[in-house]
Design a protein around this ligand. Structure first.
Ligand code: TXA
Ligand code: MG
Length: 311
């Protein structure tokens, strides 16, 4: 049976809440990408997430909560981290902190780690759902592990529709890239995954921010080299497509799909995964225009490089 795609009115939210309380899996819109939600306190429900996504169990999940207060009741936030959370929540910023002893987020969701990733999403449907459920919800991107993240409810239906219980239709996602992940345990924040919130946004509230992930095991598997992978071969920084390549353009170029004809990085981020999916369905080789490495362009290039990596 294919999961029903529901307009998120009060009735649909009530149905989603009942489903989650029974250990079901609900795809919910967030401002970044669609998440596959389960009750974070229910190990059987969380186990189903790993199974359905074919996600390695060493890769921990983000617990989504309705408010900063709810997050501070699960994880150990320094004053600096609290100030940053107050500045960016609700929104696309995820904090990795030490879990407090009485956290209700189950071990499996944390992949057995002492740390916990927390986020308060801004999307009204996600917020309604979180408030109504009460418990934290784990919500990885609603795609098979390692593949392209979903930014439309139809992406979720196509990838996982047969395996999950319900899809809340919130239309296209505004941001289009997953949240920025920071390690907030130390004296300075360390960026583990690039997103809409950049170092330049964090620094005024918490100075000294740096980029992590060099050497050693990745503490955030979103840092895995091959991720967000289409089937097609991707060639980056292409000024013009070669014979047999479809161009994913940026700026004033003739292209099969154009991320932003006017060269707007926000528009490009919002279009990235949907256009990658569309081209991937029809072509074996995709060339991608150069994207400036400033602001949100850092996060876009990061996703493109992982998608292009064939190691
Ligand atoms: O925007 C988002 O964050 C979306 C929406 C649905 O909220 N969710 C999302 O979840 O992208 P997921 O599971 O696809 O990515 C979570 C990232 C992974 O790279 C994971 O390794 C990292 O967060 N992560 C989770 N818990 C962690 C922890 N305790 N320490 C380090 N990294 C962690
Ligand atoms: Mg993901």
């Amino acid at each position: 049976m294919t999961a029903p795609l529901l307009t998120p009115d009060a009735g649909a939210i009530a149905r989603a809440v009942a489903c989650l309380r029974e250990g079901g899996l609900v795809a919910m819109p967030t401002e970044t990408v669609y998440g596959l939600a389960a009750d974070a306190t229910n190990p059987a429900a969380v186990a189903r997430i790993y199974e359905v996504k074919e996600r390695p169990v060493f890769n921990p999940l983000i617990a989504h909560v309705a408010s900063a207060e709810a997050a501070f009741a699960q994880g150990d936030f320094s004053n600096r981290a609290k100030a940053l959370a107050d500045g960016f929540w609700p929104g696309p910023l995820t904090f990795v902190v030490n879990a407090i002893e009485k956290t209700t987020v189950c071990d499996l969701a944390r992949a057995g780690l002492e740390t916990l990733a927390l986020r308060v999403p801004a999307h009204p449907v996600a917020r309604d759902l979180l408030s109504a459920v009460g418990n934290p919800l784990v919500a990885p991107s609603a795609n098979p592990s390692g593949r392209i993240s979903p930014t439309r409810p139809q992406h979720v239906a196509a990838d996982l529709g047969e395996k999950i219980d319900l899809i809340l239709d919130g239309g296209p996602c505004d941001v289009g890239l997953e949240s920025t992940v920071i390690d907030a345990r130390g004296e300075v924040p360390v960026i583990l995954r690039f997103g809409l919130v950049g170092a330049e946004d964090i620094a005024p509230i918490w100075p000294g921010v740096r980029r992590g992930g060099t050497g050693g095991a990745p503490i955030s598997p979103g840092q895995l080299l091959r991720h967000y992978a289409p089937n097609a071969r991707l060639r980056l920084n292409a000024e013009t497509p070669l014979d047999g390549e479809a161009l994913l353009g940026f700026g004033a170029v003739e292209a099969a799909e154009n991320l932003s004809p006017s060269g707007n990085l926000g528009e490009a981020a919002a279009n990235l995964f949907a256009m990658m999916r569309k081209l991937d369905a029809a072509h074996d080789r995709i060339a991608v225009s150069p994207i400036p490495r400033t602001g949100l362009g850092l996060a876009i290039n990061d996703r493109l490089e992982r998608a292009a990596n064939r190691d």
